[in-house]
Design a binder for this molecule. Structure first.
Ligand SMILES: NC(=O)c1ccc[n+]([C@@H]2O[C@H](COP(=O)([O-])OP(=O)(O)OC[C@H]3O[C@@H](n4cnc5c(N)ncnc54)[C@H](O)[C@@H]3O)[C@@H](O)[C@H]2O)c1
Length: 419
């Protein structure tokens, strides 16, 4: 088996962490057990470009139990958990191409190794693998039955490709499933972003002015958590409805230029580019901390920050770079502007990834069953998959809910009764 990882000797710790995560992923474990019996993915080559974490390892195990020949590469150069990669190779015989801290060339070499596996189904977190299949490796695109997209930024890229007529195979917008973004983006990113910032800096939230750029699913989650820890949270937005929602949720809302003057900590969660840029850095307080939890490392204009600096002290603490500005102030950039929750912490807790990855696993099975009906479009996850995942998750939490009575079903289906 070909693979490229940091160190096979890390496997023991990786296995411990994979099995620990499994405890909190009961829905995915149930799917894996069923897949092992029914083999819905028998003989299919699958290449996944996802964050290489203990939770992803459990998704890979489920795919393998279903009969797939699955390989994994990283969807971010800094998010790979090297011990997990080692255990996947050694203990679970799943090939991995990912090394934490890999440079851009190695990152793409690894994506290409995953394409060399000749996949018929792919997974992405940010559409980098699909993009490769539409550019440098486009001859391979004809073989793809479908691709699963895990994050908001990826879905935006893929919808743009579909509307330009460029998309060459069907894609499932797994991110857009309620069982994914309602929980993963909001509670997963919310909590793990706090976790990453604290691990990187030992920052005290209480009493600090925390500026949250973007009040979408991830931004809401992080703003909620930061407030819960006693921070004074300021939200910046470009969407009037989201801004109004943030204001009515009780947050201060203002433009970034105004927030930049008062913030102690800035976190971008927009999926957009250069949300914090030169004009903002220039007015920030001494020792302001800047981090990103959106998909790509372009939300913070790092080249502009470099241009404004007379010196950069790398790694003044792990995952913290100190930029000494020409105006004499210091700005601390966390994790080189990459996803702070994955670079400095462990990504989302397993409990929430149980829903995202159960949705992914069931969706693959659905794709295989419906392969002849699919066209080169972006598809939503069908309601039955979401309902199944939610019901099993509730059961695993010992929560039961009511059922509609026949009278209620009839009432909801007719318009006869009024005042
Ligand atoms: N860190 C993680 O683990 C993780 C997990 C899930 C998603 N993501 C990524 O986080 C990003 C946000 O995802 P989401 O699901 O919250 O998306 P979303 O579309 O729900 O929210 C993004 C928000 O940012 C706002 N925005 C855009 N440009 C802005 C600007 N210049 N200033 C202020 N606000 C701006 C938009 O109006 C929108 O409300 C995406 O890149 C997504 O891929 C990261």
């Amino acid at each position: 088996m070909k693979y490229d990882i940091a160190d096979l000797a890390l496997a023991k710790e990786g296995k411990r962490r994979i099995l620990w995560a499994e405890n909190d992923m009961p829905v995915l474990a149930a799917i894996r057990e069923r897949f092992a019996r029914t083999k819905p993915l028998k003989g299919l080559n699958i290449s996944a470009c996802l964050h290489v974490t203990a939770e992803t390892a459990n998704l890979m195990r489920a795919l393998k139990a279903g009969g797939a020949n699955a390989v994994l590469c990283a969807s971010n150069p800094l998010s790979t958990q090297d011990d997990v990669a080692a255990s996947l190779v050694k203990d679970f015989k799943i090939a991995v191409f990912a090394i934490c801290g890999e440079n851009r060339a190695t990152y793409y070499k690894h994506i290409n190794a995953a394409i060399d596996h000749k996949p018929v189904i792919t997974f992405d977190d940010g559409a980098d693998l699909v993009n490769e299949l539409h550019t440098r490796r486009r001859k391979e695109a004809g073989r793809i039955i479908a691709s699963m997209e895990e994050t908001t930024t990826g879905v935006i890229r893929l919808r743009a490709m579909a509307s330009n007529g460029q998309l060459k195979f069907p894609v499932i917008a797994v991110n857009d499933a309620a069982t994914k973004h309602l929980f993963d983006n909001r509670y997963g990113t919310g909590q793990s972003t706090v976790d990453g910032i604290i691990r990187a800096t030992d920052f005290l939230m209480a009493g600090k002015k925390v500026v949250v750029a973007g009040y979408g699913w991830c931004g809401r989650g992080f703003a909620m958590r930061a407030r819960g820890m006693g921070a004074i949270v300021i939200v910046t937005e470009v969407d009037a409805v989201k801004a109004l929602e943030a204001a009515m949720d009780g947050f201060e809302v203002m433009p970034m230029l105004q927030a930049a003057r008062v913030g102690d900590l800035f976190v971008t969660l927009t999926g957009n580019k250069h949300v914090i840029r030169a004009e903002h850095f220039k007015v920030m307080k001494d020792r302001a901390v800047v981090a990103n939890s959106g998909h790509f490392n372009v939300e913070i204009d790092i080249p502009a920050l470099k241009r404004l600096s007379k010196k950069v002290n790398r790694s003044v603490r792990k995952n913290v770079d100190e930029y000494l500005l020409k105006n004499g102030r210091r700005i601390y950039l966390l994790a080189e502007g990459r996803l702070i929750n994955l670079a400095a912490a462990e990504g989302h807790p397993a409990c929430v990834m149980d829903m995202s990855f159960s949705t992914q696993a069931l969706q693959v099975e659905w794709v295989v069953k419906n392969r002849d009906k699919l066209r080169a479009e972006v598809y939503d996850v069908p309601a039955e998959v979401e309902d199944w995942v939610s019901r099993l998750k509730l059961k695993s939490m010992s929560i039961s809910i009511d059922k509609l009575t026949p009278e209620q079903i009839e009432y909801l289906a007719t318009s006869g009764e009024g005042t």
